[in-house]
Design a protein around this ligand. Structure first.
Ligand code: GLU
Length: 548
């Protein structure tokens, strides 16, 4: 084996030894919780990654521990330029803060780095060489064709596919054969020499999935690819060991690899961390639940939520709610508390996949926007519109006070805030009638919407215009309007109207509806008095005049 190691050293010259590496990595304080999120920079940030990051972050920070962002970029085929920034900015956007790891594509913080796998090749090589030395790994010279051939034969014979047992051609190959190949420069991978038996079952206690009986791993998996890059299986165990990870929380697509990962930890002589496998977020499709798909579902990508303009805080609350259903109660009882003060509990996460429910997100988002002051609402919408709705941005910049006054309606100094804003992208549509250049109702719109005759409308509105005094209080204004409505044949209340419907055009609220529609083109709006105050007398009279 020594000759093989020597040859390896010439193939992969590196001065780093396992001893040096271990010396440099001081153990973390005892009982210090360390979690990490380890995304691969593939260019798209999946909402499930934010969800997993949030859970890992909470586990660490609820225990005053450390949360790491590690970039797993050893799969060069999937690597995309700029993708690291997408991840960093995505997490930052939702306020998910890491204590160590990448802070930009080129910078990182923390004493346990490098935190980007492509900067760690020497580290992986040192451990690969150690495994080779201890005869726990070996080079394999099988070509793609040979591996396909093995798979074909296994399938034909009804056997499990894989590089295991007697199928593992180079497992016990004589040293001369190996050296000869190395001398010749035959491309090779390095495989882990498994001692596991597939018929042996082992109990794993997953933090999220509970107790699982899984077969031991007997496959000699590739730990170093022919390109000289480590595989995820190998790289992550080295990283999690050196970084002192105590809890690996990751997608459940890795659950079946758990026996292998634990086996690798043990082969290295290390205690494996606790593992927790998160079920993927699901979606209802044709009355059936299925995994949220990166390809099929726009809502799988975080850009969906940004474009729709869901406040990031609302998305975060929604994810917290998906993770722990107790969040809703917490929010009702503590409407003003920061989301970060919610006592998140890993044990309270469901074992099956959380169901994405956009109606629920809408409702959380409406509540969130409802809790903002007019100024906060203005600022958030302004910030969003800068990139997502440039016209609105310009408008808001030029007319800040008008926007603020609109946002104050039924928001400030009221017992119950009006919750009609769902997300930033729909607010403009809710308020556009306040702006003359976007208020262009069709002819006869008041009669059409109110179902009153043009004469009744004309007479009532003319009289209203003559008497309109914008200085009156809400009560006085209403009482004047009521008297006016009654003189124009509207019943003071529903009861009077019902007794003799033929004698009235409707009730006082039907008269108010004429006003509302004439001013806004809509049957439903926030408080009429307030909106007239905000529009100002001139605009009110001008609009009403169009209908008389
Ligand atoms: N890079 C892996 C992935 O993106 C990370 C899995 C893990 O968290 O260990 O799936």
């Amino acid at each position: 084996m020594d000759n093989i190691i020597k040859k390896m050293d010439t193939l992969f010259p590196s001065t780093l030894t396992v001893e040096d590496i271990e010396k440099e990595h001081k153990p973390r304080p005892e009982n210090h919780t360390v979690t990490r999120i380890a995304p691969s920079p593939t260019g798209m940030m999946h909402i499930g990654s934010v969800y997993a990051a949030l859970i890992s972050e909470r586990v660490a920070h609820m225990a005053n521990g450390t949360f790491i962002l590690r970039i797993e970029d050893t799969d060069s085929k999937r690597k995309v330029e700029g993708a690291t920034d997408i991840i960093i900015n995505g997490l930052k956007r939702y306020g998910i803060t890491s204590d160590e790891g990448a802070i930009s594509a080129t910078e990182e913080v923390g004493d346990y780095g490098p935190y980007t796998q492509s900067d760690r090749y020497d580290i992986y090589l040192a451990y690969i060489k150690k495994l080779l030395q201890e005869d726990l790994a070996y080079p394999c010279f099988c070509t793609e064709d040979e591996l396909n051939d093995i798979r074909e034969q296994q399938t034909k014979q009804g056997l499990r596919t894989g590089y295991y047992g007697s199928w593992a051609k180079y497992k016990n190959a004589p040293q001369e054969v190996i050296l000869e190949h190395l001398e010749k420069g035959t491309p090779f991978t390095v495989r882990f020499k498994s001692t596991g038996k597939n018929f042996n079952k082992r109990l794993f206690d997953d933090i999220l999935k509970g107790k699982r009986n899984l077969p031991e791993n007997d496959a000699d998996v590739v730990i170093l690819k022919a390109s000289g890059l480590p595989t995820y299986h190998f790289a992550h165990i080295i990283d999690d060991h050196l970084m002192g990870t105590t809890h690996v929380i990751r997608g459940d697509e890795w659950l079946s690899s758990l026996p292998l990962h634990v086996q690798l930890f043990e082969a290295m002589g290390w205690t494996p961390p606790h593992y927790g496998h998160i079920s993927p977020i699901e979606i209802m499709d044709d009355n059936k639940r299925r995994k949220l798909s990166k390809r099929k579902d726009p809502e799988a990508s975080v850009t969906f939520y940004e474009e729709k303009g869901y406040p990031k805080e609302a998305v975060l609350e929604y994810l917290m709610n998906l993770a722990n259903s107790g969040f809703e109660k917490f929010r009702t009882e503590n409407p003003d508390e920061s989301v970060w003060n919610f006592p998140f509990d890993l044990q309270k996460m469901g074992r099956s996949g959380a169901l994405l429910d956009l109606a629920k997100l809408d409702s959380i988002s409406r509540d969130y926007i409802g809790r903002l002051s007019a100024e906060e609402l203005y600022n958030s919408l302004f910030e969003w519109s800068e990139t997502m709705a440039p016209d609105l941005y310009t408008r808001m910049k030029n007319d800040k006070d008008y926007f603020l006054n609109i946002f104050k309606i039924e928001r400030e100094n009221v017992e119950r805030v009006r919750k009609d804003f769902t997300n930033w992208s729909t607010i403009w549509h809710e308020i556009d009638y306040f702006f003359d250049d976007s208020f262009s109702p069709e002819d006869g719109y008041v009669a059409k919407i109110t179902e009153q005759s043009p004469e009744v409308i004309k007479e009532f509105l003319s009289d209203f215009i003559n008497h309109y005094n914008e200085k009156l209080s809400n009560e006085d204004w209403f009482s004047n309007m009521k008297t006016l409505a009654e003189t124009h044949g509207f019943a003071p209340n529903g009861k009077t109207y019902k007794k003799d419907p033929d004698s009235y055009h409707g009730t006082v609220s039907d008269a108010a509806k004429i006003l509302r529609v004439a001013l806004t083109g809509r049957a439903q709006t926030p408080d009429l008095y307030s909106l007239m105050q905000v529009m100002g007398k001139e605009r009110v009279i001008q609009r009403l005049n169009k209908s008389v």
